[in-house]
Design a protein around this ligand. Structure first.
Ligand SMILES: Nc1ncnc2c1ncn2[C@@H]1O[C@H](COP(=O)(O)OP(=O)(O)OP(=O)(O)O)[C@@H](O)[C@H]1O
Length: 621
């Protein structure tokens, strides 16, 4: 936390200085009151005759002190909040940056609900803790020890009474802190649960309504909410006992001071004004201690929250960046020069691939390792198991995809198609073997450089609450209106967008709730198509489109993106029949590879799929 505090230490120091000013003014007042009573009212120094001049002079000085105290207090608040808010702001930014670098398993480990609680509620608690610490701790300490000092100065016995009460007060505080800290950790964990249920329920509201599960979800949410209330009550009970206990102790101190003070006045060792000042100091001390109670609540909660924020900040991204920045910035000119490389299809053996690699590496220099390659992908004996699992989801995949080639991938659900694609973008690292893009192992790339080469459209379209145009240009923020419209035309989205009143300025509701599944998919495809990438991946991205629209889309794509490597995962033969090669996957392995015609002739599994979809034959003719 010091790292954050250090950046705004100057504000914290200024806050501290103003706090010293404020407390000094507070501590001066009882002394003056005592003099007004003793000298001005009772006239103890003038033979028992009161002195109005003393009352006026000290009264004016007291007003000045109050005003100065007010100014110092206000300035202290300003600087406390500047430092607290800025520290919270920096932490939120750092947490967000860190989360963006998390691998998927890391995301799963924390859970979306917990991450949201940590970045919002937990950081607010830490922010409060810092503010309270800077303001409250210093004030409490100065007020407590300052009051004690002045009580000793007034009368040694007053000081002794307070010193005797002090260990009991501190003991009560420590006890409460010790009992409440684990509860605060539980409180934040319970908030995680509530956030997770809220997120799930809000995004699944349609299915909840459709299945009439509102009552069930209400109960689930209610249970989590009751859990939160239970923990909150347990925490409050601890502090609810603490306040009266401390109050009682302090009133006992006041009573003792009155008792001892009356005796001392009787024997002429002290004055009534000093008793008054002693009681005021005791009240200040009480305020100090009560503030400490508040402070300890915030410290306790803030420390529990800081532990959770620290877990996020200290989680090292599991997927580490390489240094290779690739030749992705090598522009259009190269794109035009590049001739489409469509060599003979077929699996290449690792030995041949390694031989090819050597040839390429001979030309590698100054980061231009991959020379003129664009959109070439190779899988070298790749096997993969999800982190924490031992079962291989992919085994011994050997595949070479040439730049500009169109590859269709088919296979039963759960056979590993998406997993295979995830390895290209390096969302996961291969467990064995290596994946290479443009001749370079994906682990050597800076992730940003690698992913700049790749545009992805998924089956579940993620849209944002912005206009349709902005959703499309999200793929390339520099794209102009013409380019946005062009990609929408390719994605067969222009027609329905143009038919709306605001066209590309139509606002999309959160998560695209205002659009149909097919419309969402087409906008996502337009976004992917717009991105100036070398590899275009469609992971079941056209599943919600009718066959005619899908056929038109792929035809437009073939014309507009002829140089781009295209990988199309689909369940329908109609979606992949025009691909240069179709790969059939079974249980994490490539079971067949060839053109549509070749597979129809030679592959029984493909023939089965074809027969089951025969009603659609007209479309892939
Ligand atoms: N994050 C994950 N952690 C653990 N196992 C996973 C994870 N994601 C997928 N799997 C498992 O990996 C296997 C392959 O999943 P994958 O999503 O690649 O299949 P798929 O062929 O794309 O399926 P579909 O056609 O249904 O989308 C499945 O058995 C799945 O349960």
């Amino acid at each position: 936390m010091w790292k954050y505090i250090r950046r705004y230490l100057h504000f914290a120091v200024l806050a501290g200085l103003f706090m010293v000013g404020e407390v000094t003014m507070d501590l001066l007042q009882p002394r003056m009151m005592s003099r007004i009573v003793d000298e001005g009212v009772l006239g103890l120094n003038h033979g028992g005759v009161g002195d109005m001049n003393v009352i006026w002079a000290l009264g004016l000085r007291m007003i000045l002190i109050v005003l100065l105290g007010c100014f110092c207090g206000s300035m202290n608040n300003v600087f406390v909040h500047i430092s607290g808010q800025n520290i919270g702001n920096e932490m939120r930014k750092d947490c967000f940056d860190r989360i963006m670098k998390f691998s998927f398993p890391q995301m799963n480990r924390f859970g979306a609900g917990s991450l949201v609680t940590r970045v919002t509620n937990d950081i607010t608690q830490v922010q409060n803790f810092v503010s309270q610490f800077v303001r409250g701790m210093l004030r409490t300490l100065l007020l407590t020890f300052g009051s004690m000092y002045w009580m000793f100065r007034l009368d040694v016995r007053f000081g002794e009474i307070v010193v005797c009460a002090f260990p009991f007060l501190v003991g009560t505080l420590v006890f409460c802190l010790w009992r409440s800290r684990p509860l605060f950790l539980k409180l934040q964990a319970q908030l995680d649960q509530i956030n997770a249920i809220m997120q799930e329920d809000v995004s699944a509201i349609r299915i909840i309504k459709a299945c009439v599960r509102e009552t069930y979800e209400k109960k689930r949410f209610g249970k989590a909410n009751e859990g939160l209330v239970g923990i909150q009550l347990r925490t409050l009970v601890i502090f609810a006992f603490m306040n009266p206990v401390i109050n009682a102790m302090m009133y006992l101190v006041v009573a003792l001071i009155l008792l001892v003070g009356s005796f001392e006045v009787g024997v002429g060792r002290t004055t009534p004004g000093s008793i008054m000042a002693g009681i005021t100091y005791t009240t200040q001390l009480l305020h100090g201690i009560l503030m400490m109670v508040m402070l300890f609540q915030n410290i306790s909660r803030g420390l529990a929250s800081w532990k959770r924020v620290k877990e996020v900040l200290e989680s090292e991204p599991e997927i580490k960046d390489g240094t290779f920045v690739g030749a992705c910035a090598k522009t259009e000119q190269k794109m035009k020069l590049k001739t489409k490389a469509k060599s003979e299809p077929g699996d290449e053996k690792i030995g041949e691939l390694r031989g090819k690699e050597k040839d390429k590496e001979s030309g590698e220099e100054n980061g231009d390792k991959n020379g003129d390659l664009r959109g070439e992908i190779e899988f070298w004996d790749v096997s993969f198991a999800y982190p924490g699992n031992t079962e291989m989801v992919l085994s011994h995949i050997n595949l070479s995809i040439h730049g500009g080639e169109t590859i269709g991938i088919m296979g039963a659900t759960g056979c590993g198609k998406t997993t295979l694609l995830n390895l290209i973008s390096r969302f996961y690292d291969a467990t064995e073997g290596s994946v290479r893009v443009d001749g370079v192992d994906v682990r050597e790339y800076r992730q940003e450089a690698l992913r700049e080469k790749i545009a992805v459209a998924l089956q579940k379209s993620e849209l944002f609450s912005m206009t349709i145009g902005e959703n499309i240009s999200w793929g390339d923020p520099n794209a102009d209106e013409k380019a946005i419209r062009r990609s929408a035309v390719i994605a067969q989205a222009d027609e329905f967008i143009s038919s709306t009143e605001l066209q590309y300025d139509t606002q999309v509701a959160e998560r695209g709730m205002s659009l149909s599944g097919g419309q969402k998919q087409r906008i996502s495809i337009a976004r992917a198509v717009l991105k100036p990438a070398e590899i275009l991946i469609f992971d079941d991205a056209t599943s919600a489109l009718d066959l005619k629209t899908e056929a038109l889309l792929y035809r437009a794509l073939r014309e507009s993106h002829s140089d781009c490597t295209k990988i199309i995962v689909a369940q329908r033969i109609a979606s992949v029949c025009h691909a240069d090669r179709i790969i059939l996957m079974e249980n994490g392995e490539i079971s067949a590879c060839g053109t549509h015609e070749e597979l129809l002739r030679t592959c029984p599994a493909y023939q089965d799929i074809y027969r089951s979809q025969i009603g659609e034959e007209g479309v892939f003719a």
